[in-house]
Design a binder for this molecule. Structure first.
Ligand code: MG
Length: 459
C-alpha cells in the first residue's frame, strides 16, 4: 500500500540546510530508503564535495545504508562526475553523493545515481520517496548489517578514464598554459593533476578546498570570474577555466580573458567532436543557443531539445543514443566517457579541440556564427508563477511560433527567440533571448521585459 508521498527530490537531488531542513534523522532514513531501492547485490558508493557539513552528512548516509543491510564504500572528497564515473566502472549498485553543487555554503544535499552512474529517473525518485514515507525501508538486525569499506580509486580512475578519451600526444605537443579556477571546490583534487598529465603548465586560482568558498563563491558566472581573466592575461596563458562547487560545470575564457557561456564553448566542442570522431546526435535544453543547431547541421547531425535540467539532458542522451550533450550554464556531457556533465572531461576536450584546430581559443570561438544573447531574471512568488505564465501565453500567441517544451519559447523569426520560464528551484521567472541581429534582440527583449514585469504586477 503506497500513500501519496511528499516530494523531497528537486531538479537536482535533495537540497537543504543541515540542522534546519536537512536533519540527520532524515538523511539517515532517506539513505536507508535509497539502499532499499538499490538492493543489496553490490555495495553502494558514498562520496562527497568540499562543504563543511559534507563529512558529517556522508557518515550519516553511510550509517543509513549499512543499517538497511547493504554494504557501503566511503569514497571521500571528489568531484561529482568522478564519483559518478566510479559507480559506473568500479562495480556499484548505485551511489549517494553528498553535495549542493553551486548553492551557497550553508546548503547541502543528496544526489542519487544508478548503477550506470547517471542520476536516476524521476519515477525512481518517487519510488524512494514512497519507501521513505511508508517507512518500508529495510532494517537490518545485528547479523545482517552491511559491511563498511573504503574506495580509494575514485580520483585516479577518473583521471585515467578522461585521459583514455583524448589524444594525449597531440595535446602535449601544444604545451598549453592553462589557468584553473577551482572556486575552492571539488575539482582541486583532480583537474590540476589531469592537466599536468596532459602536458600543460598549470596555474591555479582559488585552488584550496574550502567549504566557505571564500574565493568567488561556488557558482561560476562571467560576472564573478575577473580573477581568472586577470590571471590568464598576466601569465599569458592559452586559456582559463572555472568550475562550480562540485566540479561538473565549467566556463572557459580565451587567451584575452574573454569569458564565454557554455553554449558557445559547447558548440565549438560539438564542431570538433563531430569532425574528429564522427556522427551522433546532440542533446541540449531549450535555453541553449541556436548556434548548436547550426553547427550540428553542418555535420549532418541534429539536436534533441529538452526541458531545462542536467538530468533531462542525460536521459535524452541515453534514450536517443546521443553522444554529446550541453547546457548554456557550462554543462558539457561526453557520452563515450559518461553521459553526465563533467568539468574535467570538458577541459580535456577543449584542449584537444584547440590542438586539432591549431588555433588560439579566441580564433576557434570566432569561427562560429555570432548570436547575440540576453539573460535576466524577475522575482515572482511561486504561487503567482502559474497565473503569470498564463498571462504571458495569452499575450504572446500573435507574436510568433511557440515551443512549449519548457516554459514559453517564442520564435519571433527563424533566428530570433525569447524564452520565458518559471524557475523550478527559486521564486523567479527567467528570461533568455537570442537573435543573430543585435537590434532585433534589443527591441524583442525590451518588449518582453515590460510584458513580464506587468504580468507579475497584475497577478
Ligand atoms: Mg554542479
Amino acid at each position: 500500500m503506497s500513500s501519496v508521498s511528499r516530494k523531497y527530490f528537486g531538479t537536482n537531488g535533495i537540497r537543504g540546510v543541515p540542522g534546519k531542513d536537512l536533519s540527520l534523522e532524515f538523511v539517515s532514513e532517506i539513505s536507508q530508503s535509497i539502499a532499499t531501492y538499490l538492493g543489496n547485490s553490490k555495495p553502494v558508493l558514498v562520496g562527497h564535495d568540499v562543504r563543511n557539513s559534507s563529512p558529517a552528512l556522508s557518515k550519516t548516509v553511510l550509517s543509513g545504508v549499512l543499517s538497511a543491510g547493504s554494504d557501503a564504500n566511503a569514497a571521500g572528497l571528489a568531484p561529482t562526475p568522478a564519483h559518478q564515473y566510479a559507480v559506473r566502472t568500479l562495480g556499484y549498485s548505485g551511489g549517494i553523493i553528498v553535495t549542493a553543487s553551486h548553492n551557497p555554503p550553508q546548503y547541502n544535499g543528496i544526489k542519487l545515481v544508478g548503477p550506470d552512474g547517471v542520476e536516476v529517473q524521476r519515477e525512481s525518485e518517487s519510488e524512494v520517496e514512497s519507501i521513505y514515507s511508508d517507512r518500508r525501508y529495510n532494517r537490518a538486525d545485528w547479523q545482517s548489517v552491511g559491511k563498511l569499506g573504503t574506495e580509494t580509486r575514485v580520483v585516479e580512475n577518473y583521471i585515467r578514464g578522461i585521459m583514455s578519451q583524448v589524444n594525449i600526444p597531440k595535446i602535449s605537443e601544444r604545451k598549453f598554459t592553462i589557468v584553473l579556477d577551482c572556486g575552492n571546490g571539488a575539482q582541486v583534487v583532480t583537474a590540476p593533476y589531469l592537466c599536468e598529465r596532459l602536458g600543460c603548465k598549470v596555474i591555479t586560482v582559488n585552488g584550496q578546498a574550502d567549504g566557505n568558498f571564500p574565493g568567488r563563491g561556488p557558482e561560476p558566472t562571467p560576472q564573478v570570474l575577473r580573477d581568472l581573466a586577470d590571471a590568464v592575461r598576466s601569465y599569458s596563458a592559452d586559456l582559463g577555466v572555472a568550475y562550480d562547487g562540485d566540479g561538473d560545470r565549467s566556463l572557459f575564457c580565451d587567451e584575452n580573458g574573454v569569458i564565454y557561456w557554455g553554449d558557445r564553448t559547447g558548440s565549438m566542442l560539438v564542431d570538433h567532436l563531430l569532425t574528429s570522431k564522427g556522427g551522433g546526435l546532440v542533446a541540449t535544453t531549450v535555453s541553449t543557443s541556436s548556434l548548436v543547431g547550426v553547427v550540428a547541421a553542418k555535420h549532418g547531425s541534429r539536436v534533441i531539445w529538452t526541458t531545462v535540467g542536467s538530468v533531462d539532458v542525460s536521459r535524452a542522451m541515453i534514450n536517443n543514443n546521443a553522444a554529446l550533450g550541453l547546457e548554456e550554464n557550462g554543462g558539457f556531457f561526453y557520452g563515450p566517457h559518461i553521459p553526465v556533465r563533467d568539468g574535467a572531461m570538458t577541459t580535456a576536450l577543449v584542449l584537444e579541440a584547440l590542438a586539432y584546430k591549431k588555433v588560439s581559443f579566441s580564433k576557434a570561438i570566432g569561427e562560429l556564427q555570432t548570436f547575440y544573447q540576453k539573460k535576466s531574471k524577475f522575482e515572482c512568488p511561486d504561487e503567482k508563477k502559474k497565473q503569470v505564465m498564463a498571462i504571458l501565453e495569452s499575450e504572446s500567441t500573435e507574436h510568433g511560433k511557440i515551443d512549449r517544451t519548457d516554459g514559453l519559447k517564442i520564435w519571433v523569426d527563424d533566428k530570433s527567440w525569447i524564452l520565458l520560464r518559471p524557475s523550478g528551484t527559486e521564486p523567479l521567472i527567467r528570461v533568455f533571448a537570442e537573435s543573430d541581429n543585435e537590434q532585433m534582440l534589443e527591441s524583442m527583449y525590451r518588449k518582453y521585459e515590460s510584458m513580464v514585469q506587468d504580468a507579475i504586477k497584475s497577478s
